[in-house]
Design a protein. Structure first.
Length: 336
């Protein structure tokens, strides 16, 4: 879904799939909220701080930093054909500045989620006492859920002028921590949200808040920076991410297919590396006008919405599959 979402920004959508394109633009940001919520499932089961930081350093920071360096030093050469001697990045001052920005988690570009996740791990010792405080009674957990819902709703009503949610610093750390804590509580009470009744309620709530989100975005998007409502850190995004997690947990429990039970764990093991690789491939393709070429050569107009969906999925597979192929050796090298 993330690969598909990034392709919607760079690609050319057929007219027959205009509604589907708009739907993707609404659904795509919800993946970010889902990822933060899912991160909270097991984040507080152990209180081994050094172990957590060690796993994060090896499994997240190292591959992320390597990709940032590759992007910084080779992007102009690969995408625009600028010789290294003219790119201006291979000098001591630029290197020192870039390294400092990486250390301070400022140089993340499209990898803002990576930066936000690292910040969540860094403040994890501060979240643990809050988790322990909430665990002392269901009323405290209910108060936390209610207060966070109220704050998100108030921020929405004020057009993001209360917390100024964004993609860096406290503007992303605060909502990310809220989503992580919601994920922790969701996993804690997982037995209570399993079953057809929970799935039906989650599906209804998802559609309801998606219906709310449409006019909210239409209202705010004409007013400049308040168009953040198209993203994940708002009240509809919080509820919809929760609903998608509930639906996903139920479907995983029910879908014990012999093939899927092998394929899904395999693919999920490379999700992070696909996340790191696919934006670069999309940027390279966009710079070489791949999307207009793909549209001109492979799209057949007037074939209906089903063909439009097939066209979109095929275009996304062009980037997903190479990202997966590159992820396999990269993970093996970095996991040693």
């Amino acid at each position: 879904m993330v690969v598909m979402g990034h392709c919607t920004y760079a690609g050319t959508f057929p007219e027959e799939a205009a509604g589907l394109h708009q739907l993707f633009m609404y659904l795509f940001p919800l993946c970010n909220g889902m990822f933060f919520m899912m991160s909270g499932f097991y984040l507080f089961e152990s209180r081994d701080l050094l172990g957590l930081w060690k796993r994060t350093l090896k499994g997240v920071v190292l591959p992320g930093v390597l990709m940032l360096f590759f992007w910084h030093y080779f992007y102009e050469f690969i995408v625009n054909g600028v010789p290294f001697s003219e790119s201006g990045v291979f000098n001591l001052q630029d290197t020192i500045s870039f390294v400092c920005n990486v250390i301070l988690l400022k140089e993340t570009s499209v990898y803002w989620y990576l930066s936000a996740y690292i910040w969540v791990i860094l403040v994890w010792p501060l979240l643990c006492p809050l988790v322990d405080f909430l665990a002392k009674g269901p009323k405290r957990e209910a108060w936390f859920l209610g207060i966070s819902l109220g704050l998100f709703a108030l921020n929405d009503l004020l057009g993001n002028r209360l917390f100024h949610f964004g993609f860096s610093g406290g503007g992303v750390l605060f909502p990310a921590c809220v989503f992580v804590l919601w994920g922790h509580l969701l996993h804690k009470y997982r037995p209570r949200i399993m079953g057809r009744g929970a799935m039906g309620l989650a599906a209804a709530a998802f559609l309801f808040f998606m219906a709310i989100r449409f006019p909210m975005e239409a209202y705010y998007i004409t007013r400049g920076p308040e168009a953040y409502l198209a993203n994940w850190h708002n009240l509809p995004g919080l509820i919809d991410a929760l609903c998608l997690c509930i639906l996903g947990l139920n479907l995983l429990q029910r879908g014990e297919h012999p093939v899927l039970s092998r394929v899904l764990p395999f693919l999920s093991g490379y999700t992070f590396y696909i996340y790191l690789i696919h934006p670069f491939l999309i940027r390279v393709a966009a710079a070489h006008r791949f999307f207009p070429f793909f549209y001109e050569k492979f799209y057949l107009p007037g074939q209906g919405i089903l063909y439009g969906i097939f066209y979109i999925i095929t275009g996304c597979a062009v980037f997903y599959l190479p990202s997966l192929v590159l992820s396999i050796p990269l993970k093996k090298i970095l996991s040693r």
